[in-house]
Ligand binder design. Structure first.
Ligand SMILES: C[S@@+](CC[C@H](N)C(=O)[O-])C[C@H]1O[C@@H](n2cnc3c(N)ncnc32)[C@H](O)[C@@H]1O
Length: 344
């Protein structure tokens, strides 16, 4: 059976310290099971010429298989092993725009862009939309979107995306960033910030962006839609219709420096926040949709997070490769990911 070697993106050694190859193995296992029909085996770290790779076997990878593998968050290059030689396999990722969309913004509290891509991949691969990952404009929600790393990654994939964050500074910073970026890249788009009113009262601000992957697609009315609501995420169902998102991706507050920041005197701890918001998030997911949620295990044990998502009516995927995503971020943070599905 042909064997392959995947080279890990060098930047990941900085992000995940020693765990990058293990995380890639877990991500590849999920891709193998959910996107490549279980045709990948023998996933194992290996060294070639003193450089660490992830080795695996696969019975004849199709072009579509390699298109999927090209989107692994950690993949830098893929080779087929032929005796002592490495034959490059062309990787063409989904990216619809320049990838500086996800790298330019740097700020304290940013969720690393590779890790954000990992979570989006896990959620898509675990949902009923997995088979359409490369073909359809999926709908993504990040209900704790900060300054928009998930929003940008979803746009890069050519998906529609919505975000919610309570922090007005994050909303302002993201609005300014995305409008500047779209202008600088000369992309056909429209963008406006409006006030959302209910019963005569302003309850939130909303940024609505529509952008064309090309001039032609924009003119033809086939634009990507981005929506960012500046509000408390426990109110998510006031801003979006039920069962309209294919996937949800969120990085919960780490509860380290300032806990969860919330307006109006609300100061919830991260677990309390997830517990009070998860039922609303679950309502917004389509049947067969999936959610990937990351958090700091130094503050919340895995069982508590898994129980919170189960209590919201979701089914946590809590076995096999899904248990392989815990990694150290810094002295105060050991991050993990839980993936949960909404019943079909
Ligand atoms: C770990 S950060 C997410 C960062 C984001 N992924 C990024 O890269 O910018 C968690 C976010 O949760 C937001 N948050 C905390 N409590 C919230 C609430 N009740 N409603 C909405 N957002 C909240 C914080 O403002 C913060 O931006």
């Amino acid at each position: 059976m042909p064997t392959y070697a995947l080279l890990v993106r060098p930047a990941l050694n900085r992000v995940y310290a020693d765990s990058s190859v293990d995380l890639m193995a877990a991500e590849l296992t999920v891709f193998g099971e959910r996107l490549l029909g279980g045709r990948i085996g023998g996933i194992e770290p290996t060294r070639i010429g003193g450089v660490p790779y992830l080795g695996f076997e696969a019975d004849s990878l199709t072009e579509r298989d390699t298109q999927h593998l090209a989107n692994l968050s950690s993949a830098y290059a893929l080779f087929e092993r032929r005796d002592d030689l490495l034959a490059p396999v062309e990787l063409t990722p989904l990216d619809k725009f320049d990838d500086d969309l996800v790298t330019i913004l740097k700020y304290s509290g940013k969720t690393n862009e590779h890790f954000t891509k990992l979570m989006l991949n896990l959620a898509v691969a675990s949902s009923d939309s997995a088979g359409e990952m490369l073909d359809r404009k999926l709908r993504v929600l990040d209900p704790l979107c900060g300054r928009g790393t998930t929003l940008n990654q979803a746009l890069l994939y050519g998906y529609d995306v919505a975000g919610i964050d309570v922090d007005g500074k994050d909303f302002d910073a993201y609005s300014t960033f995305i409008q500047t970026w779209l202008k600088r890249k000369r992309l056909k788009h429209s963008a406006e910030v409006t006030r959302v009113r209910r019963d005569g009262k302003v309850i939130a601000r909303r940024l609505a962006v529509s952008v064309g992957v090309s001039k032609e697609s924009y003119k033809a009315g086939d634009a990507l839609n981005l929506d960012f609501v500046n509000a408390d995420t426990t109110e998510a169902t006031r801003f979006h219709r039920a069962a309209t998102f294919d996937v949800i991706v969120a990085d919960a507050p780490y509860g380290v420096h300032h806990g969860s920041r919330a307006d109006g005197g609300l100061h919830r701890g991260p677990l309390e926040l997830v517990e009070s918001a998860a039922t609303g998030w679950a309502r917004l997911l389509r049947p067969g949709g999936a959610m990937a949620l990351s958090w700091n295990t130094n503050v919340i044990p895995r069982t508590a997070l898994v129980d919170a998502l189960a209590a919201a009516g979701l089914t946590p995927l809590d076995e096999g490769a899904y248990l392989g995503f815990a990694h150290r971020v810094d002295q105060a943070i050991v991050r993990d990911v839980v993936v949960a599905r909404k019943a079909d």
